[in-house]
Design a binder for this molecule. Structure first.
Ligand code: NDP
Ligand code: TDO
Ligand code: MG
Length: 283
C-alpha cells in the first residue's frame, strides 16, 4: 500500500484518481502541524512507500504565519523522511521553484545554489534539507506554477476575475513553467515505482511544464483556449505589490529527471485544454 499525505489538494486529488488503492490522509487524519503524529501514522500503517502531497501553499500568508508554515513545510516532511528511512521505504516529496532567488535567465539545475525570497520558499527549502539529511530512499520533486480543475490556482483565479473585469493586468517579468497537477501525480507514481527497484535514483529533481512563459502569457493562453475575449496587459512586478517577493526567473532545467527516470516535461498547453474542459463540464 502507498500512503499519501494530502487528500483535497491539487496534486493529492489527481493522485486519488491514479491510485485508487492508496491510503490518503487529509488534515483530519494527519495534521502536518503535528509532525510526530505524521511519523506515527507511517509506523502504524506500514506502507510500501510514502508520497507527501500536503503543504502550506499560501505564499503571502506564510510571511505572517511563518511558524505554522515551518511546521507543515519543514518539520513534518523531515519527520516523514526520517520515519521512511528508519523503515527502509521510499519517500517522495514535492517542492518548489520558490527555493531559488530567481536571478538570471538560465534554467536552474537541481544542484544550483538556493536562495528563497520569502517565507514559503524558505520553509520549503528547510523541508528539503530535512528530507535529504534523513538518509533514506527519497526523491524531492521541485515543480512550479501548479494548476488543475480543483483547488486554488492561477487558471481559476484568472477565470474568476474575468467575470467582473473587462481588462486584467498581469506581471510579465516573472517567467516559469506552468505545470498540470495531473502530470505531477503521474511523475510521483513513476518515481515511487522506480525507487522501489532502484534506490540509487534517490535525489533532487526538477519537473515543470514546457514551454516557459510569463504569467501574462499564461493568462492570455487561458483566455485564448477558453474562447473568451479578455484584454491582458503586461505589467512589471513593481506594479503588482505583494507581501512575499516572487522569483523573476522560475525556469527549471528538468533534464536529469528525464535522463534518470525517463520522465519528460509535459506540454502545459495540452494540460490546460484538459483542465478547461473539466471546468466547463462541472460549472
Ligand atoms: N500550488 C502550486 O502552485 C505549487 C505547489 N508546489 C508544491 O506541490 C505540492 C502540492 O501542492 P498543491 O497540490 O498545489 O497544494 P494545494 O494548495 O492544492 O493543497 C495543499 C494541501 O495541503 C494540505 N494541508 C495544508 N496544511 C495542512 C496541515 N496542517 N495538515 C494537513 N494537511 C495540510 C491542504 O489541506 P486542506 O485542503 O485541508 O487545506 C491541501 O490538501 C506542495 O508540496 C507544494 O508546496 C510546488 C510548486 C507550485
Ligand atoms: C491575480 C493576479 C496575479 N498576478 C501575479 C502575482 C504573481 O506574481 C503571479 C501569480 O499569482 P499567484 O498568486 O497565483 O502566485 P503564487 O501563489 O505565488 O504561485 C506560486 O504558488 C506556490 C505555492 C508555488 O510553489 C509557486 O510555484 C507558484 O505557483 O501573478 C498579477 O499580476 N495579476 C493578477 O491579477
Ligand atoms: Mg497562490
Amino acid at each position: 500500500m502507498i500512503l499519501v499525505f494530502g487528500k483535497t489538494g491539487q496534486v493529492a486529488t489527481e493522485l486519488q484518481a491514479l491510485l485508487p488503492e492508496a491510503t490518503f490522509l487529509g488534515r483530519a487524519e494527519a495534521d502536518l502541524a503535528d509532525p510526530m503524529a505524521c511519523g506515527q501514522k507511517i509506523r502504524d500503517l506500514k506502507p510500501e512507500a510514502v508520497i507527501n502531497a500536503a503543504a502550506y501553499t499560501a505564499v503571502d500568508k506564510a510571511e505572517e504565519e511563518t511558524l505554522l508554515a515551518t511546521l507543515v513545510n519543514a518539520a513534518a516532511p523531515t519527520e516523514m523522511a526520517e520515519t521512511c528511512a528508519e523503515l527502509g521505504i521510499p519517500f517522495v516529496h514535492i517542492s518548489t521553484d520558490y527555493v531559488f532567488d530567481g536571478s538570471g535567465e538560465t534554467p536552474f539545475a537541481p544542484d544550483h545554489p538556493t536562495g528563497p525570497l520569502g517565507a514559503y520558499g524558505e520553509t520549503k527549502l528547510e523541508g528539503e534539507n530535512g528530507v535529504r539529511a534523513a538518509g533514506g530512499i527519497f526523491a524531492i520533486l521541485r515543480t512550479s506554477w501548479v494548476f488543475s480543475s480543483h483547488g486554488g490556482n492561477f487558471v481559476k483565479t484568472m477565470r474568476r476575475l474575468a467575470e467582473t473585469r473587462d481588462k486584467l493586468t498581469v506581471v510579465a517579468d516573472q517567467v516559469g513553467g506552468p505545470t498540470p497537477a495531473r502530470d505531477i501525480a503521474k511523475a510521483c507514481v513513476e518515481i515511487v515505482d522506480q525507487l522501489k527497484t532502484d534506490p540509487n535514483k534517490a535525489g533532487t529533481y526538477h519537473f515543470s511544464g514546457a514551454p516557459d512563459v510569463s504569467w501574462a502569457d499564461f493568462a492570455r493562453e487561458i483566455f485564448a483556449q477558453s474562447g473568451k475575449e479578455m484584454a491582458v496587459e503586461d505589467i512589471p512586478t513593481s506594479a503588482y505589490p505583494t507581501p512575499a517577493k516572487r522569483p523573476a526567473n522560475s525556469r527549471m532545467d528538468c533534464s536529469t529527471l528525464e535522463a534518470v527516470f525517463g520522465i519528460e516535461r509535459p506540454d502545459w498547453k495540452a494540460g490546460l485544454a484538459e483542465v478547461l474542459s473539466d471546468l466547463e463540464r462541472h460549472t
